[in-house]
Design a protein around this ligand. Structure first.
Ligand code: FNR
Length: 184
């Protein structure tokens, strides 16, 4: 059966270029995997007093979806050279209560786009640091530093010609990575 891939987008902007990239990447693998977008924009800011209370229900719902995935792709902007607060909140909330993290053991990859020359590289490196503690084995190469241009995504929402081969290869490597890390 097909692998199930969850995609987490680290932006809640209605015009998010990272969501556009994520949708393009999802199309690249639509025949090879089942893709579900794991939405995090509605999650309130987490604190530990919520553990075990009705306030934690939105996190528990996302955690259940996370656990149903064979692998998770994070498509994220960079905010002030780090991970956006929106994404950090979801990572933190779904890692708790202690010992009940939903992320543990799930193979992951990170990619992102920005108009800047460094193209989210530092946010990705910060996220890799977090993956270590979350015990998420993360694809190392190729790295997904994608500089945004209007040609990145075409009018139909597909990955544009200039980036197609690289991103197609990136997604194939990710799927192979996910397959490699499935518990038999
Ligand atoms: C940014 N942006 C940005 N870009 C970048 O390459 N490195 C950075 O450190 C930052 N920092 C930053 C902070 C904050 C608070 C905002 C709102 C933006 C610009 C960013 O790349 C641009 O807004 C993208 O469009 C964000 O991606 P989404 O939200 O469109 O997917």
């Amino acid at each position: 059966s097909k692998l199930k891939i969850g995609i987490v987008v680290g932006s809640s902007s209605q015009q998010s270029i990272n969501r556009k990239l994520a949708q393009g990447l999802a199309k690249l693998v639509q025949d090879k995997a089942d893709v579900e977008f794991l939405e995090i924009s509605h999650l309130p800011l987490y604190n530990r007093d919520m553990d075990g209370t009705p306030a934690a229900q939105p996190y528990e719902d996302v955690k259940q979806k996370i656990r149903s995935c064979n692998g998770i792709l994070f498509v994220t902007p960079e905010h002030n050279r780090s991970v956006p607060a929106l994404l950090k909140n979801a990572l933190d909330a779904c890692s708790r209560p202690y010992g009940q993290s939903a992320w543990a053991g799930i193979p992951a990859a990170v990619i992102g786009t920005s108009p800047g020359a460094a193209a989210t590289a530092m946010a990705q490196q910060h996220l890799r640091n977090i993956f270590v503690f979350l015990d998420m084995p993360a694809l190392q190469q190729p790295e997904g530093f994608v500089r945004w241009s209007d040609e990145l995504i075409d009018a139909q929402g597909n990955i544009g010609a200039a980036s197609h081969d690289f991103l197609n290869k990136y997604m194939d490597k990710f799927l192979a990575w996910v397959e490699l890390h499935q518990k038999k």
